[in-house]
Structures are given as C-alpha cells and as structure tokens.
Design a protein around this ligand. Structure first.
Ligand SMILES: Nc1nc2c(ncn2[C@@H]2O[C@H](COP(=O)(O)OP(=O)(O)OP(=O)(O)O)[C@@H](O)[C@H]2O)c(=O)[nH]1
Ligand SMILES: [Mg+2]
Length: 193
C-alpha cells in the first residue's frame, strides 16, 4: 500500500488546459472551508504542504502535489465562495472538461456538520454523475459532531445522492489518524490497484 509520505508540492495551475496528464490523479473537491487542503496534509502527514485557513476561499488554483513520484493529488478551490477571480465555475468547469483525458478519482469532501447545499447537489449531479466519474465521499470534522448530527448527515446524503453506497462514505478528522488511514486504504484499493 502507498502511504503518501513521500509527497511534495509540484505546482499551481491557473489554466485548466495546462494540467499535467501523465500520471494517475486524485482530485479533492468540495465547498470552501470543508477541509480539503487539511485532508491532503493529513493523508501525507505533512501539515505544511497544502495551505490551510480558517477563512473560506484560501485555495484559488489547482494545486498539484506529487506523491511517491507516481501519482498526483490535486487540491482545488472550494465552491460556494464566489468573490475570488478564479472561482469554481470558471476554473473548475474547464478543469472538468480537461480531466476527460486523464485517469482520475474524485474525493468529494463535505463538512459533516452542514446540510447539503444546492452547490453540493449540482456538483454531484452535473460533474460526478453526468460525467460518470469514479468518486467516494469524505465527511470531515467528525471530531465536532455528535451521534445525532452523524445520523442526520447520513440521512441527508442517502436522500439526495441516490447511488452512493455506505462503503463509499468516510468520516474523517485530522485529529484522528485511524480515520485518515481508512481513507488512505480506500484510495489504494478503490483507485490505485
Ligand atoms: N476540528 C477540525 N477542523 C478541521 C478539520 N479539517 C479541517 N479543519 C479546519 O477547517 C478550516 C478549513 O480548512 P481548509 O483545509 O483550509 O479547507 P478547504 O476546504 O481547503 O478550504 P478552501 O481552500 O477555502 O476551499 C481550517 O480552520 C482547518 O483547521 C477536522 O477534521 N477537524
Ligand atoms: Mg483549500
């Protein structure tokens, strides 16, 4: 199993036409502030690799990380935060056209404390389902929820995302290495094998 420890920032891409196409690629997508960059850092055990902020809208480009010289992790700008020039709609729509040509898997990142928003449903239907993209879901910040919220978010997902199986939903906390290890395994067995 690849453990993702050998990881480094490669480059930021502002024009989707310029994305690297030579390696298998894992793309982290989700609303602003859900914890995409934090999740990448946790998976790579490198807290300084991807820039994290408590304010939404931190990541504004497609940020490529080279993992074990073999695969790319891509950190993306969050949607639902539109005051940045390179918003989700401009950069990410062209990105999702370009990724037709690469071997990829999307990690669909959601905040376990929040209800699904219209943007999440649009992304699910228009990008993941319509474009038939291989993906699984990570619900972040599980250290901040109780059992009731845990059940509520699962209900919300099952109601709105009809074809997601329970084994494709992971709860994570950057403070809980067990939850991060399960996601490492998922990327390895679901995608890299
Ligand atoms: N308690 C807790 N906080 C978390 C967790 N993951 C992320 N955070 C916090 O959530 C905030 C946002 O994290 P980021 O990783 O920057 O979020 P992002 O999705 O990359 O945000 P954008 O780049 O703006 O799209 C930061 O304050 C993180 O410390 C988690 O598992 N538990
Ligand atoms: Mg980010």
């Amino acid at each position: 199993m690849l453990n993702f420890h050998d990881s480094k920032f490669l480059k930021s891409v502002f024009d989707a036409k310029l994305i690297p196409k030579d390696k298998k690629t894992v793309i982290f997508v989700g609303r602003s502030n859900v914890g995409k960059s934090s999740l990448i850092n946790a998976l790579c055990e490198n807290s300084k690799m991807a820039r994290v902020s408590s304010k939404p809208g931190k990541t504004i480009s497609l940020n490529y990380f080279l993992i074990n010289k073999k695969i790319y992790f891509v950190d993306t700008p969050g949607y639902g935060y539109s005051s940045k020039p390179t918003s989700f709609t401009q950069l990410m729509e062209s990105f999702f056209v370009e990724i037709k040509y690469i071997t990829k898997c999307v990690v669909f990142v959601l905040d376990s404390r929040r209800n699904l928003m219209i943007n999440d449903k649009v992304f699910y239907n228009n990008f993941l389902i319509d474009k038939n993209i291989k993906f699984f879901i990570v619900l972040t910040k599980k250290d901040k929820i109780d059992k009731q919220q845990y059940d509520a978010v699962l209900r919300d997902i099952n109601k709105n995302f009809k074809i997601v199986k329970n084994e494709e939903i992971f709860f994570s906390s950057i403070k809980d290495s067990k939850s991060i290890n399960k996601i490492k395994k998922q990327i390895n067995f679901f995608y890299l094998n």
